[in-house]
Write a protein that binds this ligand. Structure first.
Ligand code: SF4
Length: 296
């Protein structure tokens, strides 16, 4: 059986788990291509206009993958940390995709609660049934998938640059080079190093989040807030670049909370949508770097 895994949204963080799990069950894994203009065009064609860019791109990946596989995985990721949630668009992602794209193959859409291994195992037993009825095979595949995920490390930390910026935002905006138009390479070329939140200790992020009047509901917003505030107040970087999706409700809240805390620390928000042009983004990045150089 061919299992399709779209290269969109949290694929960038959790693909070792998904790929290992389904391949250990005996399936052949088919992934979509890296995001490109064709993927974007397909996404824009099928997705509702109001959705953010990463959701549109996910639709594009599904559309280009659907005829190459027998079953497609549409991860309905609900939770990865206790008492916190992922964006509501993830909760309704399967319904959005299945109602917009015609002639879809069978889809695996069980909700994923991953704040504990027990809960994730529950998902594995339900999702694995599509491939095999043997519970032991599913159990072994699950443990191998967990091992592979634990070996995998995301995050960027460039060394030996005189100027450094904290690059903040949702993982798909940071790691999908089509969405962010290769911003890391652009910054490196301008002599600026990049660091992302994965290189900050959880305790430091927690200590900043605890100062908020109310704890955030959303895991990625929480991480971004703690990372950017700690980086600026402790002067660990020279500036912050936040890649934000146009029409993202979570970003609109968290950006204001960050601005409120960091005062006049250099902070640039790059809003991305399907109309964002590379020349415009480059100009803004160059101007920001120029400003950082002058203020050093
Ligand atoms: S968090 Fe924002 S960018 Fe991510 S899927 Fe939700 S609305 Fe889109």
């Amino acid at each position: 059986m061919k299992v399709g895994i779209p290269k969109g949204l949290l694929y960038y963080k959790y693909h070792p788990f998904l790929q290992t799990f389904f391949s250990e069950l005996g399936a052949e894994i088919i992934t979509s291509t890296d995001t490109n203009k064709r993927v974007l065009d397909e996404g824009v064609k099928y997705c509702v206009d109001e959705a953010c860019l990463p959701i549109k791109i996910f639709h594009g990946h599904v559309s280009l993958l659907k005829n190459k596989c027998d079953v497609i995985v549409i991860p309905r990721i609900m939770q990865i940390r206790s008492r916190e949630y992922i964006c509501p668009k993830f909760c309704g992602l399967p319904e959005m995709v299945l109602s917009s794209i015609p002639d879809m193959p069978q889809a695996i859409i069980e909700p994923i609660y991953a704040s504990s291994e027990e809960e994730l195992y529950d998902w594995a037993q339900k999702a694995g049934k599509t491939i095999t009825k043997n519970r032991n095979v599913i159990k072994n595949a699950f443990h191998k998938a967990i091992d592979e995920q634990q070996k995998y490390k995301t995050g960027i930390k460039n060394e030996n640059y005189n100027l450094n910026v904290a690059l903040a935002g949702h993982p798909y905006n940071i790691y999908d080079e089509f969405i962010n138009m290769n911003i890391v390479k652009k910054l490196n070329k301008l002599g600026v190093g990049v660091v992302t939140e994965e290189y900050m200790e959880d305790e430091l992020i927690d200590s900043r989040v605890k100062t908020l009047y109310k704890r955030p509901f959303w895991t990625f917003a929480r991480n971004t807030y703690g990372f950017t505030v700690e980086s600026s107040l402790e002067k660990k970087v020279n500036g912050i670049i936040y890649i934000s999706s146009f029409a993202c409700g979570i970003d609109s809240v968290i950006v204001e909370l960050i601005k409120d805390k960091i005062g006049d620390f250099p902070f640039m928000i790059l809003k991305v949508d399907e109309h964002t042009g590379e020349a415009g983004l480059e100009t803004r990045v160059e101007a920001f770097v120029d400003m950082l150089e002058r203020s050093c």
